[in-house]
Write a protein that binds this ligand. Structure first.
Ligand code: PLP
Length: 387
């Protein structure tokens, strides 16, 4: 089979597998005895590895069950900064955020504005400024802004550092969902100057069940934990740490970053081979986001008239795993809100996402191109009959 759905989840990295297995029998990291201290050492080692992978210090890392939880934890009005304990009074989200941001935020009845995305898949600084101005008209003075670093469907990289500069100038704070960036492009939370950054283990070769929220230097406290209890993770996320998942996350993050420049070049070469192969067969197919800076591993291709839902099944039956729309979140294939937001509503149900990883082979790419030939041939056949 060919697995070209790394943005949904990446296969478990060998180093992560070893770390998970070594930690399966760990004690409770909060126990004072030797078994507890050993477990604590595993968690703290992972914390240091995740921190180093993103240019943070270990103290900044809060482990969660995954990115969905980290996003929900971050997107609360109850964020205290060193010089301002008053709650955030409004939220800006980009139009292409993951559902765990769009539906998972905890702003309740407070004003929420959306920053639009352009046809290249980019959330421009000006779009965020417009959304901030609309919030200001509603009297909001302490906004929180959530813009992802790289989109999960198109791979388009957002101008987060520029956005952060504007938001801070306007008295706001910035949350960045960097889930798809880890291990694919260099990720430095200091350079981004973000206040809250979300990471996920399983998108970067770690096991499912772990993620992290990175608290930037401005943040002194999150006053609204999702899970209260024993005071673990700086009192922000209670519950005995998932030691095996966290240990695997740390190992995966370290491995991903260590192999980054070579892995990125490899993924980019494979993506080019795939894009060229698909275009040869269907010259009218549109490569979404191709004009913008993109992750090296992601290719979103839209073809007018294609039923993405059926195509994904055809690929699967022919041994190729890909996805369409928001398949990774719902288990069923829906029209892509991201593609619609980019100004192509007519292509929202006709877009396929191919995503590769460092272990993807040329044979997998060629297999996908072969299936595409069949899928496009069948479509042409149907359209010919309909004409
Ligand atoms: N954010 C983005 C951009 C994603 O692609 C995903 C995964 O689909 C998530 C958040 C949710 O991640 P997790 O599966 O760790 O909850």
């Amino acid at each position: 089979r060919a697995y070209l759905d790394w943005n949904a989840t990446a296969p478990l990295h060998e180093a992560a597998r070893a770390a998970v297995l070594a930690a399966l029998d760990a004690g409770n990291p909060s126990s004072v005895h030797a078994e507890g201290r050993e477990a604590r050492a595993l968690v703290e080692r992972a914390r240091a590895e995740v921190a180093a992978a993103v240019g943070a210090t270990p103290r900044q890392i809060v482990f969660t069950s995954g990115a969905t939880e980290a996003n929900a934890l971050a997107l609360t009005p109850a964020i205290e900064t060193a010089d301002d304990a008053a709650p955030r009074d409004g939220l800006v989200v980009s139009a292409i955020e993951h559902p765990s941001v769009l539906r998972g935020h905890r702003f309740g009845a407070l004003p929420v504005e959306t920053a639009a995305v352009d046809r290249a898949g980019v959330v421009e600084v000006a779009a965020v400024e417009g959304a901030l101005a609309r919030l200001a008209e509603k009297g909001c003075r302490r906004p929180l802004v959530s813009v992802m670093l790289a989109n999960n469907e198109t791979g388009v990289i957002q101008p987060v550092a520029g956005i952060a500069e504007r938001v801070h100038a306007a008295g706001g704070l910035v949350h960045v969902d960097a889930v798809q960036a880890l291990g694919r492009i260099p990720l430095d939370v200091r350079a981004l100057d973000a206040d809250l950054v979300t990471l996920s283990s399983h998108k970067a070769g770690g096991p499912k069940g772990a993620g992290a929220l990175v608290l930037g230097p401005r943040i002194s406290h999150l006053a609204a934990p999702l899970i209260a209890g024993g005071g673990q993770e700086r009192g922000v996320r209670a519950g005995t740490e998932a030691v095996p998942a966290i240990a695997g996350f740390g190992a995966a993050a370290a491995a991903a970053v260590a192999s980054l420049p070579a892995a990125a070049a490899r993924m980019s070469g494979l993506r080019t081979r795939l894009a060229e192969g698909l275009h040869r067969i269907a010259p009218f197919a549109v490569e979404l986001g191709a004009e913008a800076p993109r992750l090296p591993n992601t290719l979103a291709v839209a073809l007018a008239g294609l039923a993405a839902e059926t195509a994904v099944i055809a690929f699967d039956l022919n041994g190729v795993a890909i996805s369409a729309g928001s398949a990774c979140s719902s288990g069923k294939v829906a029209a892509s809100p991201v593609v619609a937001a980019m100004g192509f509503p007519e292509l929202a149900g006709s877009t396929l996402r191919f995503s590769v990883g460092p272990a993807t082979t040329e044979a997998e790419i060629d297999r996908a191109i072969g299936v595409w030939q069949t899928v496009v041939g069948a479509l042409a056949n149907r359209q010919g009959k309909a004409a």
